[in-house]
Design a protein. Sequence first.
Length: 111
Amino acid sequence: MIVAKYRKRELVSNYTILTILALTCILPIMLLFFNSIKPQEEFGINPFGFPITIRLANFVDAWIMGEYAQIFLNSSKLVIGTLILNLTVSGLAGFSLAKLYPRGSNAFLVY
């Protein structure tokens, strides 16, 4: 009986701590989302609450003012170039390890 009581108290304290940690992680993300859909005038009225009116044009404004289209294009170019280079080097290295059996290749093949 004492063990069950101790176990229940331990479970309650564990769940309380986990709930506090989960809220610590979730609340800033919710605040970020709520503030992203609020009009600018509403920040002074209700900075931490639910938005009274929803303004989805904030996302379009941020995309244009932050020049995210150019950033996305630059990142895409970088990823495509890196992918082509990585596939070429990896393919050549894989072929040489599989067919030519160079010295020390067993160390790579074991992994």
